[in-house]
Design a protein around this ligand. Structure first.
Ligand code: ADP
Ligand code: MG
Length: 895
């Protein structure tokens, strides 16, 4: 969708208010009052067949009788009438609709049916955009546009606030009013039958008046669109998210640890991370972060320095920092020496820097300046308590001055009541966020740290086929699928480990033994020491029934173990069908830590990877992190770094570190297994032993859904993020003495993409974009370089010269319609290469991809005077239609 379509909703000139009633306290009445009373400059047409006038404005009986066509219709009628009105709006050519009425899916089946009726109407008018139903409306303070029943129009500002909950939306607006915070827009999105978060992020991402985007999310309808949109804007426009429903009352019962551990909220969290968002857990924190982030005051790391005039609050802040996994900055010797010069001898001589109760504001300011200059400090928290010698207002002024000079963020906590008020106001006016308690300050700081880290991994797009794996993934996949039996959902340790092993993950392969003699024989073949485990389709947690015996050293112990297992299992789970035992090598790994590594298919975000502290206590400590497959090294490492046990993995108090390379490799391999296997619902390696030498999976279990089918043109439909399509990277070609390669564009190509456009003539740019395209901004560039490889793919022609320097000399782009039938093609070749074969070769390459995507038709546009392009399309059998009025030429070809 072209997001500019949303202008009809956010920049309307004429608005029809449908269902407006004479009662000023009804929804329609309030909306009318707000619209008229806020100073909106456009035209409002009240529509109601039953009244001549509402609130002294004359009414129109229906949409047909309006003197001019509105851009926006606001519907506040009873739910049953809405679908019919949407159809009428479409027929009247009204492009934008806000449905404020409630009585839809929130009330159940009947409401859902009404939504379906609206969608059926909507389908007749492709240009139409709908917000709602069941929403509170839209406010654009800049235009004095208040289409809502919020009590007042918020201030003008630069935050776009998109809220799922209407009620929460209004209370935040109310609160923002008091805090002097302004908005570029407020949107209550309601049930999102059409316009969703993804569209709005796209729209406000492009909106010049918006500097940051704030989301209040309860659930997401289209997580893929959401992630793509967020990721393409997160770097240039901070997106801050507050998500409700952190603690689901009932955790779904799952068959494996991974299933139980990966609660829905964790998956959201992982998605926010991966999309470069800042997540806050406290409404109050939203705006503190929005301010800081939008002013580009984002810490480079997590090392916080605390400067205070009292010991106690410094300790409180330190505690809070430690609890949140933060780091107290270690001051350099130079910093300590500089502070020694400025502070009385009894100062704390470390971080937190206690400048002592008798400090005047000058002393405090000097200390802050010195500390902020330390390279080992990423941000400074200044805590002031009321003291006879300190003037809090003057101190605030001094700190504000420092913040003007430096890029590192300063946070402030002026503890106390009215004495502090002027100082706090002054700090806020200077853009320094203030917090009522040091703990709150620390929390906000950690949110920023997390945000900064999320940005770092934002553009990681792992490859579809990592070259370093010499796996025949296709073959393994086929064999695995063929091995699945329709009635079998829980796969045994043997089956699960076989699959893991085929992906190159080291396992202790178990051998099945139906009776004691078999078991002893297997043990002899494998070699002692061995492990026996109960083998039964009915027993998932084997040690719970006494079904695991470790470290069996000889035949006698083996025989005992066999009987012990049988006896115990029969006793503790009498009904279970026991097939025998499995025998495997006993892993003797010194210094091993037990981890859990798994796959889980989430209902909203698709397949995710989980890693965490494992063993029998996995659930107890719930220390885990999630990631989206496929992973690359950085992403896998980031998952590990987020664990509380990370220090243990890196080596702790004399324990040697685990072999991180091997561990990360196993995670990456598992992520490719996950990407290849949409039929896996859960996979659980618990434990994965990780030691200094390497890693080993000693237990595994898997739940599959054999009925899952894969559409060959969409093999990654079960993933929230599509891998980089390595299969479209061409071989090197020789062209006029240059090495040329065609490959899909990457986010990292942005600088080269900009250079390419800079070297094009105005004519070339015009003939590609059909207007004088303003490309020279990061915002625009990301839109073109950062794509989802699903509906859109851009193939660049990249040359490498003798020195190995790379350059883009052309790009062909395919954008499919949502139904995946027709695809638009456009091509840009830099001027110096236009007379060669490049355009033709690139076009053939792209058309070939369109075919592989299963698209039916390619369309393109050019101008009548662009003979070169016309010849190119003619030669490839395109049908050519010239509009003689505009000299535009539309070409199309059925595939
Ligand atoms: P379950 O999780 O079904 O109870 P496991 O196969 O995980 O059973 O075994 C329980 C524990 O025994 C594991 O957490 C691990 O500590 C240990 N263990 C299992 N298999 C081996 C093995 N091959 N070598 C060493 N230790 C093992
Ligand atoms: Mg286990």
């Amino acid at each position: 969708m072209n997001v500019h379509n949303l202008d009809c909703i956010f920049k309307p000139e004429r608005i029809a208010l449908v269902g407006v009633s004479t009662n000023p306290n009804s929804v329609g009445g309030k909306v009318l009052t707000n619209l008229v009373g806020s100073g909106f400059r456009g035209v409002v047409y009240p529509v109601n067949p039953r009244h001549e006038a509402v609130m002294a404005m004359s009414c129109f009986p229906d949409l047909e009788s309006l003197p001019r066509r509105p851009d926006l219709a606001v519907i506040c009628t009873p739910a049953a009438e809405v679908a019919g009105l949407v159809g009428a709006c479409g027929a009247a050519g009204i492009p934008g609709i806000i449905i404020m009425s409630s009585g839809f899916r929130e009330i159940g089946a009947e409401g859902r049916r009404r939504e379906d009726e609206i969608l059926a109407q909507r389908a007749r008018f492709p240009q139409m955009r709908i917000i709602g139903p069941n929403c509170l409306g839209v406010i654009v303070p800049e235009l004095k546009l208040n289409v809502s029943f919020a009590p007042h129009t918020p201030r003008k500002g630069h935050i776009a606030f998109i809220s799922q909950s209407g009620a929460l939306g209004t209370s935040v607006l109310d609160w923002a009013q008091e805090e002097n915070i302004g908005f570029s827009a407020f949107v209550s999105i309601g049930n999102t039958i059409d316009v969703d978060y993804g569209h709005l992020i796209d729209y406000f991402g492009d909106d010049e008046n918006t500097r940051s985007i704030l989301l209040y999310i309860e659930s997401l309808a289209d997580p893929r669109k959401f992630m793509t949109a967020s990721r393409s804007f997160a770097r240039s426009k901070p997106i801050i998210v507050y998500k409700a429903g952190r603690f689901p009352e009932s955790a779904a019962v799952a068959a494996s640890h991974t299933g139980a551990l990966a609660a829905e909220d964790d998956v959201y969290n992982a998605a926010f991370r991966r999309s470069g968002l800042a997540r806050v857990f406290d409404i109050g924190e939203i705006f503190d972060c929005a301010e800081l982030i939008a002013r580009n005051k984002v810490p480079k790391g997590s090392r916080l320095a605390i400067v205070t005039n009292a010991g106690g609050p410094g300790v409180m802040a330190t505690d809070a920092l430690m609890a949140a996994n933060g780091r107290l900055a270690r001051l350099s010797e130079q910093t300590v020496a500089d502070l020694d010069e400025q502070l009385p001898p009894q100062w704390s001589r470390g971080n937190p820097v206690d400048v002592l109760g008798d400090a005047r504001s000058k002393r405090l300011a000097r200390a802050v300046r010195i500390v902020a200059a330390d390279k080992g400090v990423d941000a400074v928290l200044v805590i002031l308590t009321p003291q006879a010698m300190t003037n809090p207002t003057r101190a605030a002024a001094a700190i504000a001055e420092i913040q003007q000079e430096i890029r590192k963020p300063i946070l402030a906590s002026w503890l106390g009541g009215h004495l502090m008020r002027d100082g706090v106001d002054l700090l806020n006016e200077s853009g320094i966020p203030t917090y009522k308690t040091p703990e709150q300050a620390v929390r906000a700081f950690m949110t920023l740290v997390e945000y900064a880290r999320n940005l770092e991994t934002l553009y990681e797009t792992p490859r579809d086929i990592p070259v370093e794996f010499s796996l025949d993934r296709k073959k393994i996949k086929q064999e695995f699928r063929q091995g699945l039996r329709p009635e079998e959902r829980v796969l045994s340790e043997v089956q699960s480990k076989q699959l893991l092993s085929s992906y190159g993950i080291p396992v202790t392969l178990p051998v099945f033994a139906a009776d004691e003699a078999d078991a002893l024989e297997a043990a002899r073949t494998i070699g002692y020491p061995v492990v026996f485990k109960i083998h039964s389709p009915d027993i998932t947690h084997k040690s719970d029934v006494g079904g695991v015996v470790l470290d069996i050293r000889d035949e006698r112990q083996a025989a005992d173990a066999y009987h012990a297992i049988m006896r115990s299992a029969r006793e503790r789970q009498p009904g279970a069908h026991i097939e025998g035992v499995t025998v495997q090598q006993m892993a003797l790994m010194a210094d091993a830590r037990e981890l859990i590594l798994g796959i889980k298919k989430d209902a909203v975000f698709g397949t995710v990877i989980l890693v965490g502290a494992g063993g029998v206590t996995a659930e107890l400590f719930a220390d885990r992190s999630l990631g989206f497959p496929p992973l690359n090294e950085r992403l896998a490492r980031r998952m590990l770094e987020d664990l509380r046990i990370w220090p243990l993995l890196r080596g702790y108090r004399g324990k040697s570190p685990v072999n991180l390379d091997r561990l990360i490799e196993a995670m990456i391999r598992l992520s490719y297994l996950a990407a290849d296997s949409p039929e896996i619902l859960e996979l659980d390696i618990n434990p994965l032993l990780a030691g200094p030498e390497g890693i080993l999976a000693v237990d595994a279990r898997m739940v599959v859904d054999p009925s899952v089918t894969v559409n060959p043109s969409e093999p990654y439909a079960h993933l929230a993020l599509r891998p980089y399509p390595e299969e479209y990277v061409s071989e090197m070609m020789e062209m006029d003495g240059l090495q040329v390669r065609f490959r899909p564009i990457r986010p990292e190509d942005e600088p080269m993409w900009m250079e390419m456009l800079a070297s094009c003539s105005r004519e070339s740019i015009y003939s590609r974009f059909r207007y004088f395209f303003q490309w020279a901004s990061h915002e625009v560039a990301t839109r073109y370089c950062y794509i989802d490889y699903h509906r859109e793919i851009a193939i660049v022609a990249e040359t490498t010269n003798e020195k190995g320097e790379k350059r883009l000399i052309g790009v062909g782009r395919l954008i499919a319609d949502p139904e995946h039938e027709t695809v638009e093609y456009a091509i840009l070749i830099i001027d110096e290469f236009q007379n060669r074969d490049l355009g033709g070769l690139l076009t053939d390459y792209c058309i070939d991809i369109a075919r592989k995507w299963g698209l039916k038709k390619v369309v393109a546009q050019t101008t009548a005077d662009n003979h070169r392009m016309l010849a190119l399309f003619k030669k490839r059998g395109f049908a050519i239609h010239t509009d003689s009025r505009t000299s535009t030429v539309d070409v199309e070809k059925t595939l």
